[in-house]
Design a protein around this ligand. Sequence first.
Ligand code: AMP
Length: 440
Amino acid sequence: MSFSSLGLSEQLVRATSDQGYETPSPIQAQAIPAVLSGRDVMAAAQTGTGKTAGFTLPLLQRLGENPRTGKGPRALILTPTRELAAQVHDSVNLYSKYIPTKAAVVFGGVKINPQMMKLRKGLDVLVATPGRLMDLYQQNAVRFNEVEILVLDEADRMLDMGFIRDIRKILSLLPAKRQNLLFSATFSNEIRTLAEGLLDNPVQVEVAARNTSAENIKQSVYPVDQSQKTALLSKLVRDNSWDQVLVFTRTKHGANRLTQKLEKDGITAAAIHGNKSQGARTRALADFKAGEVRVLVATDIAARGLDIKQLPQVVNFELPNVPEDYVHRIGRTGRAGESGHALSLVSADEGKMLAGIERLIKKQLPRTEVEGFEPTNNLPLKPKAKADPSRARNRNGNGGGNGRPGGKPKSFGAKPGGRSGGRSQNGGSQRSRPAQRQSA
Ligand code: AMP
């Protein structure tokens, strides 16, 4: 299959070859003809599947069928974060290089005036985060009467971030006759309700979550006490000579704290999260990409939309609250056919989160303990299964424990930050013990 066999014009096909794309990804193979047909589309797609080109290419083709008569925008693409907005805008520019379509991006955290000027000049495609778009609308800087195509990208994340009111307001301002494309990684009841009100007899597009089935991402869990995580991370960065590692924390505060500790430890690090100015975020990402910063510490929201080519290593310093976020996080490595490694530092209090993740990805992740960093409290063995007798045996210590005292279910309730027995920080070797731990 080729891009031209999907019905794309020669100019758009040429732009994809310039990017080195040889064949359409599965989501593109399904979404491109559906969008070209003019129908509404509801697509379940993770980041990393090529979804951006999946909606951008056919959208550009449809806009190209008629010239712009007013100031636009004729296509509106809403995204949850500034980074994703910037990245989608870059993609629009790349794919439209052989056609006269004009695009712009607007998001919060930067001055509004230059954005107003851009809008005044007229454009075809506007990529925007919902909050800033509403601000611009309220200041009469943008009108929606020419919108022919609406894209909600990463709709689940926009709802998680509390954008539903802005989105509903924007929807109410759009012309009734338009094409709607909704892309979301997950489909909660809230997303389904939004989709029902928005989409008219949509073509449903779904591809296997790339990352859950991806063979090219090696995943492992390192059980460790919360209080020892920073020391273990420093050691891993050094011992493995990681030069480019993306580390996830659950909170902005946690990201700052970890960054400072790493820097103190002599490892160059930068944090990227919602409280940072756009300038600081862009700079951190540029330094990381350029290899000037070894560790980029990010929260889930900030990391959405980061596309770093050939990122070899991702570390979950803390597991995410939402299991799906784990899949997004590890999708930052092993992109576009490269191999990658995703490693999670998991303390006993995160046992339930780990179980939720393993249930979602339908496999148990191998546990590897690092000498000198053995946790005081054990991690549970497997996703908690309902009334599983073998599980019950494990809990009684037959066959499932790790052989140290205290290996019973108390691991679930253990407090974070408990003092570890083994505080040695250096020099330990890693011991992988998955087989031993998988016995039931
Ligand atoms: P996305 O899921 O849209 O964030 O895209 C993930 C990455 O895949 C981006 O770096 C794209 O440049 C790349 N990509 C998109 N489509 C293709 C394709 N057909 N072949 C190879 N790489 C692609």
